[in-house]
Structure formats: structure tokens, C-alpha cells
Write a protein that binds this ligand. Sequence first.
Ligand code: WTA
Length: 670
Amino acid sequence: MADDKIKSLLSEDRHYAPPRHGKDIARIRSRHEYDALCELARTDNDSFWAERARGLLHWFKPWEKVQNCDFNVPRVEWFTGAHLNASYNCVDRHIITDRRNKAALIWQGEREMEVRCYTYQMLYTDVCRVAAALNALQIKKGDRVALYMPMVPELAVAMLACARIGAVHMNIFTGYADGGVLSRIQDSGARVVITADAVMRGGEPKPLKANLDRILGQCPSVEKVLVVNRANIEVNMLKGRDIWWQDLLDDFTLDADFPCVSMEANDPLFILHTSGSTGRPTGVVHSTGGYLTYAAHTTQWVFDVKDTDVHWCTADCGWITGHTYMIYGPLSLGATTIMFEGTPTWPRPDRFWRIVEKFRVNMLYTAPTVVRSLMRQGVEWTNHYDLSSLRILGSVGEPMNPEAWMWYHTYIGKGQLPIVDTWWQTETGGVMLSPLPYASHITPGSVTKPLPGIEACIMNTDGKEEEAESGGNLVIKKPWPGLMKGVHNNPEKFKSYFSTFKNCYLSGDGAKVDDKGNFWILGRMDDAINVSGHRISTAEIESVLVSHPAVGEAGVVPIPHEIKGEAIYAYVALQDNIEWTEDLRKELRNHVRSQIGALASPEQIQFVDELPKTLSGKILRRLLRKIASGDLLENLGDITTLARPDVLPVIITDRSRLAAGQPEKLIPKT
Ligand code: WTA
């Protein structure tokens, strides 16, 4: 895939010094300053975070205690007793300054000519109107509001309006279909769902409200559904329950101010579900004070965002990256944030570069899968665009392979710009390990070092810290303000993050540290798959497959994928007397699509007579994973724990048959 230029760069062992240009006005300007900040945070952790919180946010009332955390309980509490409001910090306080008429949010629709721009003042007016509307629906502090919305400005407004009245928003990615949406709404107990008639994809509306109609009968908590008209398509509106967003808002045009509810720092700001190692999604709860401090703090240090900057995070607000680096981080700092409704390749693969030029974007924060797919389209697509406004490039969600890193650096960064490869998780609230753009020496493929205040290390299974160069569990040894404060409805799950190693947060990722102290992320240690930077649990896909009447058992594993990073490979053992047919294969794939969403659709489904299991009946996914990636019997390692080793050669042969485009070989049942 790589062109010659990239190939020759890859053959060198490269380290990149921070750029000189822009350094003098950067927040953190040298390795020396970074070291000093780490030392400060180490010696007086509370003062370090207190100073950041005080400097970055507006607090209605100061805290009594900076932190009250104990991983052994576990208890996560930051800025105890303090009061603030996230909407106030992201909107109100800017309209009493020169930022009043500055662009807060620039929205680029899927169609090039569709652009909407909100100044801070305009954002204020709309957030107040929606807050008033939600209030009129009797939504109060602590109530949950589900946002199943496309990437339209109304989504940002809805998030901030919830924050304003103290309601807890719970965003659901629009790529999820019935099952994924249902489990999230049920788990959150949302009283209101905000949605749209459709999302735009490739110029066509894809119905969204209709997905809800199929499941709302099973969601007794939902009283009202607000529907944004995005695509002008016909939708069913249930009398008494469904309300057009615009109709509701029209009632609140006159009284523009709606006061912010004063929130205690540990009151929840939002719930966001992520995939854990079980079939049930994990409802990560983030607090108001700790989360917002950490969002602002990391946006300012990792992206070096200044008042004049235009920050573009390309993630969807259905994921944590959209929450922290499109909404809460940039807006709390008073920057300009870009929201893009479309995809990088429609109608042509120049979409990103067009947007960079059009809005003079300074920070571009995207995912390796996007870089890989654009790299594949060819560098010609960048040629006619002026990318010179870019100052910092970022990456998140999965390991950035050196080839993609070099392409990003060479063609988008013109060999000049720092790339911040940021490692973090839904649970961590914001970036944990990352280069600082003007202070770090970067080696492509490494996420460099923990940010000041973050104490990370690699632990082996015995709970001992690993030496340099050995891989193990990536753990965090000290609390930080962005850490989730709990798991909604599931205290046991919350405990599980802290129960493996004493006094440590377990990330679930494997990593190693090299002799220079740089971290290299090796991927998930649990049963989660990372498809295009989206975390999906294998257990969730397995349980959906097994819910199909034809399926007896299923084993789901990741396989490497050139663009997506990882893809999903499913082994399925059918019920007795059910035939292996291509139609059924298709049907199962559609079943997963309709239950979870297209992002969970298996790349390949292989029928097997029986899954490899231990004597105690546990499916050996380790073996399935190796086989799916093309390993042969001799490379499978220890197979002595298998109840029936004879199933393996058949599975291996069938895997190669499928890879060559032929169906599995039917073996008469014994
Ligand atoms: C993976 C996304 C390698 C990792 C912010 C983590 C990464 C999971 C990186 C979290 C990176 C995230 N390099 N892997 N720079 N960033 N990951 O919760 O496996 O959607 O545990 O949060 O993505 O995914 P999540």
C-alpha cells in the first residue's frame, strides 16, 4: 500500500523532535517543562489538580476537599462540595467576554453547501430554549435523557441543555440498531428520547425514528420522544408521546434566559455505554466537576488549543471522543469547534481536506482507520487543498501503524506537524498517555508517555511492575479527575476495574514500555474487539448470534484488517439438523446488523460442527483467534486442555476454504 517515499522513511528508526515554529507560545514548551510538571503532580497531587480546576473552570462554590478517592472501596470523588454547571462553563461565561460573537460551533452538513454556524451568543439562546422545553416536560436534575441523534447542531444543543438543567444525557451512536438501542435505553431508564427522522448517509436519508418505534414498547420509562426534522421524511408520530422538536421550541421563543442548575461536582453529567467483556453494555458515569476539569485540561495541554484556534475532532458524539474533544473540551475553553455530519469519502475522498481548507482548521483529531482509508484512496485527493492552517494532528481509538503515521505526517503534516497519538478510554474521560505537541520526542507507533499527574505502569499477572520491554497489563496507579465515578446500575462491574491489582485501575489493554520510558499499546487483553476504533464486545455479538433459532453456539474473535484495524470473525455451531447454507450465513449477518448495528456485522461467519472447548466446557477463543488469523495446527500452542482436539483440523481446513471463497466442507456427522 505504501508508496516509495513512505517505504524509505519506514526503513529508518525515526524519532521526531517537537517543531520549533509555534513553540515559544505553546503551553508546554520543552521536555524540561514536562518533567517539572510531572514532578509537581507527584509531590503535591491535590494542589496540582486544584490549580488546574481553578484556572480552567468557573465554580459557583469552591470545594471542601480536592479529592476523596479510594480504589479499594472503590470510591471516586473529586472537588467534593464544589458547585458548578457544565453548560455555564461551555456557554454562559463566554458571552460576557469578547467571545460573545465568536463562532462556537461550525457545522458542516453532509452536503457541501449545508453549513450552519453558531456564535456563543446563538448557542446560549438555543441551549436556553431547549432547557426551558425540557423543563416544561418536567425533566429534572438527575433524570436521564437519551440522545439518539445524527451529527447535527441540535445534538450539541441537547447535550448542553441537559447539562444546564442537571439532566443526565446518554448518547446512543446512530449506527446501533434495535438491540443496542434497546439495552441502552432500558439500562438508563431514560424519561425522554431525543432523535431525528433520519440520518443522512451518502445523500440518502436513513430512517432513525423508525428504529425507535420498533422498540419503545419495551421501554416503559420513556414518556416523550422529541423528533428533529433533519431529512423531511415521513415518520409515525404517536399522539401524546412524540413531539416535533421545532414545535416544542416554538413555544419558548420569547423568554431567552433559562437559569443553570447548580450541580455538586460529583453529580453525574452523562452516562455513556461502552462494551465490556460481558454481553451487557457498561454504562460509564462521568461526574460534572472532575470530568469537565479533565476535558478542559487535556484539550488545552494535548492540543495546545488557543483562543483563536479552530478545533476539529472528527469523532461522532455517540462516542466518548465526541463528548470530550468536540463538545466539552473545546467549548469550555471558548475555542471554535467543528462538527461534520458526513463521512470522509462521500461524495469524494477529498472531504476532509476541503473542510480543513474551508474553515482554516488548526487541529485535526481523527482515527487511524480514517487515515488508512484515506491513504488507500491516494494522496492526489489532498493535492488541491491548502492545508497550511493545520498546526497539530491527532489520533485516537486504536494503534496507529507506522505506515499510516508516516503518511499522516508526510502528506497532511507536510513533514512538519506534531502528531499526538493519544491513548485513553470511555472510562478515563480524557487522554491519559500522549505526546505533548511542543515538548515530546515522538516515535511513530508509540503513545509516548503519561500526561503529568497520570501514573501508569505495566503489571504482570502477579501484580508486579514489569521491567522495560516486557509486555503486560496497562494500569493506572493514582486517581485523576477524568476517571468515571461509577457504572450505572452495576456496582460489581465498577469494582471489577479495581479488583485485579491492589490500588490500581485496570485498563484492560496490554502495553509495554521501552527503555526510554515510551509506552506502546498492544491491544485489548479482554474480549473486546476494536473495529475502526469502536469497541465492541465479543460476548454481545455471541449472545445475539445465539438468540437466532438456528444457532446452538457461537464464538467470536477479532482478525487483523487492513483498514479497520480489526474485524469480526464468528464461528457458529448450528442446532442439530439445520443445514449450512449461504442464505443462512447472510441471515445471521443481517441478524447481527439489525440487533446491534452495522458496525458489529461479522466480516466472516464460519459454520463449525463443534467449537473447541475445554473439558469444563469453556470455549477456547485463544485458539479460534489464531485459526481465524490463518495459523495452522502446529502454531496453536498448547491444545492439551481441549476436550475434543479432533475438531481443530476441520475448522482449520474450512477456514482456508472460506478464505479462498469456497464454502466449508460438509463432514457427515458421526
Ligand atoms: C483503544 C476511545 C491504541 C484501547 C477513546 C482502549 C487505543 C480502547 C488508542 C478504548 C491508541 C484508544 N492506541 N489503542 N492511541 N486509543 N485505544 O472506550 O484498546 O471507545 O482500551 O475510547 O481503544 O476505546 P473507547
